[in-house]
Write a protein that binds this ligand. Structure first.
Ligand code: FRU
Length: 570
């Protein structure tokens, strides 16, 4: 890796050392580079340097970068074409003299390291840098837009921008330039978009000294946004964030749901023009899981046999089943002003039973009554130390939502979008068998290693079924417990778990309503769904080499596997 960066610097023909030490923790770096990009060396463990970008002596932008000292973990580009005049970096950080100024290079282009071991093949990831929440997801003119919380200057959280990508099927994505950058009001935290005519409007949190809600418009299909000059459009004296906007079908008003994280509440507002907002009501005090903080809400209507219900999604961190970041939801009625939940306050409904499903929200403006959800496939307990670097974090598979009824209550059924089937190659295995104590081993051909879909039906009159994905050294253990009616996943031997004691401290468990399974394996994730949509389980894994075998066993015997199919996913 290090060799690559040295090579990069040599190729660029420029090793720039133009820094001037100004005393204390302060240095000035005069950019003499001629290339479009200044290539900054980053060390993940180094302290964040506060870098003011100056153009002809004037301040233009502030970023934080963990400028390398001991070693270069990876490089990030600073696009100089955005600035005019002579550029200088005014750098403030303790021990500024130990920065590896000699490793700053210049280049006409930048391409991220293509050999990242844990880069998924069919889940969305940023080209490089850190990503958290999916944001502003909006469907317009046949294209799905995905914006996301993005740090272009490192693989840890910070410098929140909105990254951008577009897709026609929510599976195959094309990267677009950064859509929203921090302003003097603060970093660009989570929010949402609505499309109206030729315009896409984004409403998001500006997180500076205080959190306020801002508006920005795009008239070029989301490529660039202009912030509304009179921002903020909503302010409050308490922490509030992650606005989700939609047009209410009955009142016809723009309607906004906003998280009030520390109070475990969401607030509802209405507006006629997206600029002037009226507070209407709040929901949450005493409802559902109250641990941690409430973030990233969503509110939408889904059809039911007797009409419709409204679903209020609230992500909370921590407070999930394993003390993790997680997604809970409430079902009820919403008249445009107030949400009335149909369950009792203590009832908790989970959208996913795994540890790595957070900040999940749906696309705006999808045709018909379709509501597709996307989650950030990570967890705040260890997101910034997982061993995928320099990109960090992937999104889940997009999932279609529908309501079903059970014991007088409505619940969400979760199904991977139909579009994912287009990735299937020719089935690598088809069959069925009886399972006993001796493991039935299926070798996965190379086409399936690290990226496949596994389907099977299981039934048993007796003890649990164990289903193991393994590479010979490491294994992911899944258990179907027919008696307990649970599905369990143990990733304690699944690969690298060493980066955080929290990563493998629990066995994950979901309810078993149905015994038809669909398992999606990618380079660093596993997602399990039951065919009825009543259980989804999402977990990260970091095996040292792709799993190349699938083993079924049952100590008690008497278990049947039917309709087993393994598809490579291209
Ligand atoms: C959720 C969250 C949001 C916030 C964003 C900042 O993961 O904390 O509440 O807007 O991340 O990146």
């Amino acid at each position: 890796m290090k060799r690559l960066f040295t090579l990069l610097a040599l190729l660029s023909g420029l090793s720039l050392s133009a820094q001037e030490y100004l005393g204390g923790d302060h240095a000035l770096y005069k950019v003499t580079a001629s290339g479009r990009y200044l290539i900054l060396p980053v060390e993940d463990a180094a302290p964040d340097a506060l870098v003011h970008i100056l153009s002809d002596n004037y301040f233009v932008e502030k970023i934080y970068v963990r400028l390398a000292r001991e070693k270069v973990d990876y490089c990030v580009p600073l696009d100089l074409s955005r600035y005019q005049g002579h550029i200088s970096l005014d750098v403030m950080v303790e021990g500024v003299n130990s920065i590896r100024w000699q490793d700053i290079a210049s280049s006409e282009s930048f391409s991220p390291d293509p050999d990242e071991a844990f880069r998924p093949s069919y889940h969305f990831t940023p080209a490089y840098g850190w990503m958290n929440d999916p944001n502003g997801m909006v469907y317009k003119d046949g294209e799905y837009h995905l914006f996301y919380q993005y740090n272009p200057y490192g693989s840890r959280w910070g410098n929140m921008h909105w990254g951008h990508a577009v897709s026609r099927d929510m599976i195959r994505w094309e990267h677009r330039p950064v859509a929203l950058r921090p302003t003097a009001l603060g970093d660009v935290f989570s929010g949402s978009c609505v499309a109206s005519g030729d315009t896409i409007a984004a409403i998001y949190t500006s997180a500076g000294k205080h959190q306020v809600q801002s508006l920005a418009y795009s008239t070029d299909g989301g490529l660039s946004f202009t912030p509304y000059p009179l921002n903020p459009v909503i302010s409050s004296t308490t922490e509030c964030r992650d606005p989700k906007v939609f047009r209410h079908p009955v009142t016809g008003l723009w309607t906004l749901v906003l998280a009030s994280p520390l109070e475990h509440q969401v607030r509802f507002y209405t507006s006629e023009n997206l600029r002037d907002w009226t507070y209407r009501s709040s929901f949450g005090a005493g409802w559902g899981r109250q641990d941690g903080i409430w973030e990233c809400p969503d509110l939408f209507e889904l059809p039911t046999p007797d009409g419709s219900r409204w679903v209020l999604i609230v992500n909370l961190n921590p407070g999930g089943l394993y003390g993790n970041s997680a997604t809970q939801y409430f079902v009820g009625q919403f008249d445009g002003y107030e949400f009335v939940c149909e369950s009792s306050p203590e009832k908790v409904k989970w959208l996913d039973y795994g540890p790595d499903h957070y900040a999940a929200v749906t696309w705006s403006g999808q045709p018909g009554s379709r509501h597709t959800l996307l989650a950030w496939m990570s967890n705040w307990r260890y997101a910034d130390v997982v061993p995928s670097r320099p990109f960090r974090s992937a999104d889940s598979l997009p999932r279609d939502l529908a309501l079903y009824q059970e014991d007088g209550e409505h619940y969400l059924a979760v199904t991977p979008v139909e579009e994912v089937k287009a990735l299937r190659g020719k089935a690598a295995y088809k069959g069925g068998f009886r399972v006993g104590a001796k493991a039935k081993k299926i070798l996965l051909p190379e086409s399936c290693q690290g990226h496949c879909e596994i389907l099977f039906d299981a039934n048993s009159s007796r003890g649990p079924l164990q289903c193991v994905l393994s590479n010979g050294k490491e294994e992911l253990l899944m258990t179907v417990d027919f008696k307990d009616r649970t599905f369990r996943m143990d990733r304690s031997r699944s690969g690298d778990c060493s980066f955080s004691p929290d990563f493998a401290s629990s066995v994950f468990q979901g309810p078993l309503h149905n015994e038809s399974f669909r398992i999606f394996v990618d380079a660093s994730s596993v997602e399990v769904f039951t065919a009825d949509g009543k259980m989804a389980m999402t977990a990260l894994i970091f095996p040292s080499s792709p799993y190349d075998r699938l083993c079924f066993s049952s100590e008690t015997g008497g278990t049947n596997i039917k309709n087993l199919i393994v598809y490579p996913l291209k």
